[in-house]
Design a protein around this ligand. Structure first.
Ligand SMILES: [Zn+2]
Ligand SMILES: [Zn+2]
Ligand SMILES: [Zn+2]
Length: 262
């Protein structure tokens, strides 16, 4: 038994992924592995349990790359295609095949999933090999495998997206505003993974400087910017970030143990 919570960034890219199909910019042509970004997703783990955050369209390749063969639950942030459309690949990941895999999200998200991917939620389905999922609406703090999971309401343009806090770690992808009531839930963070799409402003995502600004207000100790576009050149731009702030990359793993090592 361990008390450590570990987060692995499975995908650090924006909705197109990087390289962007058809783009010949320096970052898209770069051979630096940290400039090659699959669609945004992460894996939390503790005490042998594995909790996936979002099922990106790159989920299959992410599982192959990082040796993920089963998960125990999925936490969804919102219903955009880059966070959902790998859902069919959950069929091979159900850790206890006798039970449907629980997938968590706010009301609108669960409604969207059960309507758009109905075959995966029906107890009797004519589709043979399919994911067997159970939608669970999150209203408030949830207890999962011995840990408290706090859903954090965020604005993503004019839509709601959820972030998640586990212990002193928070994962806030796809957001452009952290509402005041959520700020109160984000105090005392040792690790903050947050949307930092690109350097220019965007209507539905934090820019790099906006993300740093909110992270500094929250006084998070270690800040990891994710959902990155091809505007971010890892090696070139990493050096210009303030102390304690870094860009995510696919495969980045952070263990948050109850001691002080991050
Ligand atoms: Zn996204
Ligand atoms: Zn490009
Ligand atoms: Zn989105």
């Amino acid at each position: 038994m361990s008390d450590d919570v570990t987060i692995k960034i499975l995908g650090s890219g924006t909705s197109t992924g990087v390289p962007v199909v058809g783009c010949s910019c320096d970052v898209c042509r770069s051979t630096e592995p940290r400039n090659q970004r699959s669609r945004c997703s992460a894996l939390l783990s503790w005490d042998g349990y594995r909790i996936l955050i979002d099922s990106s369209p790159d989920l299959r390749q992410q599982c192959l790359s990082y040796g993920i063969t089963q998960v125990d639950a999925v936490l969804y942030t919102h219903n955009h295609a880059d966070h959902v459309h790998g859902i069919d690949d959950l069929r091979v990941l159900n850790g206890s095949p006798a039970q449907p895999l629980p997938v968590y999200g706010e009301q609108k998200l669960i409604q969207h999933l059960t309507t758009s991917f109905r075959y995966a939620f029906e107890s009797q389905s004519k589709v043979g090999f399919r994911p067997r999922l159970k939608g669970v609406v999150i209203d408030d703090t949830l207890s999962l495998f011995g840990r408290k999971i706090v859903p954090i309401r965020l604005l993503h343009g004019d839509e709601i997206a959820l972030g998640y806090r586990v212990g002193d770690l928070a994962y806030l992808t796809d957001c452009s505003v952290v509402p005041q009531e959520s700020v109160a839930q984000l105090q005392g963070l040792r690790v903050l993974v947050i949307d930092g799409l690109r350097f220019r402003n965007h209507p539905t995502h934090f820019s790099v400087s906006q993300a740093i600004d909110i992270a500094q207000k929250l006084k998070a100790e270690r800040v990891v910017l994710t959902h990155l576009s091809h505007d971010v050149d890892y090696c070139l731009h990493q050096q210009s970030l303030p102390k304690g702030v870094e860009f995510a990359y696919d495969g980045l793993t952070i263990s948050l143990n109850d001691g002080k090592n991050l």
